[in-house]
Write a protein that binds this ligand. Structure first.
Ligand SMILES: Nc1ncnc2c1ncn2[C@@H]1O[C@H](COP(=O)(O)OP(=O)(O)OP(=O)(O)O)[C@@H](O)[C@H]1O
Length: 236
């Protein structure tokens, strides 16, 4: 899949959010997207998923099956989780057992009988994740999937991403929390100032520096460094 000279703005007179972005995404690639708040990460993911069209430029070669888990799952729908997943399974022509199996794997089986509208934010997030995985995706787009997930599910997600990639799916994940920092071979895309800078996963070209900061500022500094695409590790 390729983005060629893609620019995007939400309205005809609105500001450009992304300008002349060129990216290619080979089957089996995992890309982690970072950038500061409001940089345009979610917008880039929506463009990749085909939720919004490019204002200029072209997007070609998008795989047929796209799984997209938005940052906020719209849970205000009048179904139970299982009815919702069964409905989507029919649309995507997969057995309804696909949803149940994923719910079990993601520690969400207890949610199946609940109305979507009653779900907590983290639980709704899981349902968003399950629906994105229902049919084996050729392109899987996950917008901040780690946020709000419990520890067990959080630990399972890299394995799921690895399986999709091993099956030839491309995976793009926006990730404030750098949870994929150790993911083997993951590419890193930094969104800033309307552009996307690609860094490959080549560890040999990385340098390690140790920075000592005031304990009270540690969270803030770490967040800024991560938003700028750096990998951080807290030493306690
Ligand atoms: N539906 C929309 N209509 C108009 N402007 C929007 C819309 N969605 C996002 N924007 C604007 O586009 C810019 C990029 O937003 P986007 O959500 O893509 O950033 P982000 O990097 O994902 O931010 P965050 O880390 O806070 O989620 C922001 O200035 C935002 O206000």
């Amino acid at each position: 899949m390729r983005l060629s000279d893609v620019s995007f703005r939400y309205s005809r007179r609105g500001p450009w959010i992304l300008r002349d972005v060129g990216l290619s995404l080979a089957p089996g690639t995992v890309a982690e997207v970072t950038g500061r708040n409001g940089a345009g990460k979610s917008t880039l993911l929506r463009l990749l998923a085909g939720i919004v069209p490019a204002s200029r430029g072209s997007v070609t070669g998008r795989p047929h099956v796209v799984g997209y888990a938005p940052d906020v799952f719209p849970a205000d729908q009048p179904f139970t989780v299982s009815a919702y997943l069964a409905h989507l399974a029919r649309i995507r022509r997969v057995p309804s057992s696909a949803g149940t199996a994923l719910a079990e794997r993601l520690n969400a089986a207890h949610l199946l009988d609940q109305p979507l509208g009653d779900l907590s934010k983290g639980s709704a997030q899981k349902v968003g994740l399950i629906q994105a995985l229902l049919a084996p995706p050729g392109l899987l787009i996950l917008d901040e999937p780690f946020a709000g997930l419990d520890e067990q599910t959080r630990a399972e997600l890299p394995a799921i991403i690895g399986e999709v990639a091993a099956d030839g799916g491309a995976v793009v994940v926006s990730d404030h929390q750098n949870q994929l920092r150790e993911f083997p071979g993951a590419a890193h895309w930094l969104v800033a100032d309307g552009t996307v800078t690609v860094r490959d996963g080549d560890r040999a070209r990385r340098a390690v520096i140790e920075v000592v900061v005031d304990a009270a500022e540690a969270d803030e500094v770490e967040q800024k460094l991560r938003a700028d695409g750096h990998t951080t590790r807290r030493i306690r």
